[in-house]
Design a protein around this ligand. Structure first.
Ligand SMILES: O=C(O)CCC(=O)C(=O)O
Ligand SMILES: [Fe+2]
Length: 195
């Protein structure tokens, strides 16, 4: 059942569909993506030093795009990614021309605080984030208002999180490390990139 839950967040528009894909579908997509995606170990510049990113990534789509200071030439769509893109487009009512994939191999893999506010994503980007595999915590924090509490969502196997409207202007998000033993997790963020 695709029940949409609206998160209560001022200055944002975020909704969550916990059971976007069935358990069986989710298992099958997880296995296919582990196998078929060309996972890369990229580096990021942190305090002037090149460091390996604490996760593997891959980029598929129609156009090139700069992300975390890296210019990635996207790889051509795989059939499995086009299939997922179609499902996400139907559910969200938006179209997408690229997907960024993240593979968090252990609880020590993570993503730091950021917002997806690169110019190439446009003024009020719609970002559809599909999660497969181990559950991880996803945190939101308002950029300027200290009176607003951070928001935590557990992104489960087969869930879809939709961020749109002014969300990226006003909020940061992260996937923190966890000391718990967690299964590997794949996240796909579908985006629209204008070049
Ligand atoms: O793994 C996630 O849920 C978050 C991914 C993300 O924020 C991003 O790719 O920009
Ligand atoms: Fe993000």
């Amino acid at each position: 059942m695709q029940k949409t839950q609206k998160l209560y967040m001022p200055d944002a528009e975020v909704s969550y569909i916990a059971h976007f894909l069935s358990g069986e579908e989710s298992d099958a997509y997880f296995r296919k993506l582990m196998e078929q995606v060309s996972w890369q170990q990229e580096s990021i510049k942190l305090f002037g030093k090149l460091q390996p990113m604490p996760r593997l990534t891959a980029w598929y789509g129609d156009k090139g795009y700069t992300y975390s200071g890296l210019h990635n030439r996207p790889q051509p769509w795989l059939p499995v990614l086009q299939e997922l893109k179609r499902k996400v487009e139907l559910a969200s009512g938006h179209t997408f021309n690229s997907v960024l994939l993240n593979l968090y191999r252990t609880g020590q893999n993570s993503m730091g605080w950021h917002s997806d506010d690169e110019a190439a994503l446009g003024q009020e980007p719609v970002i559809a984030s599909l999660s497969l595999g181990g559950e991880r915590k996803f945190r939101f924090r308002h950029k300027t208002r200290k009176d607003i509490e951070p928001v935590n969502v557990t992104l489960n196997h087969g869930s879809l999180l939709l961020m749109q409207g002014p969300t990226q202007h006003h909020w940061l998000h992260q996937v923190p490390k966890t000391a718990r033993a967690v299964e590997p997790r794949i996240n796909l963020t579908f985006r629209n990139v204008n070049v």
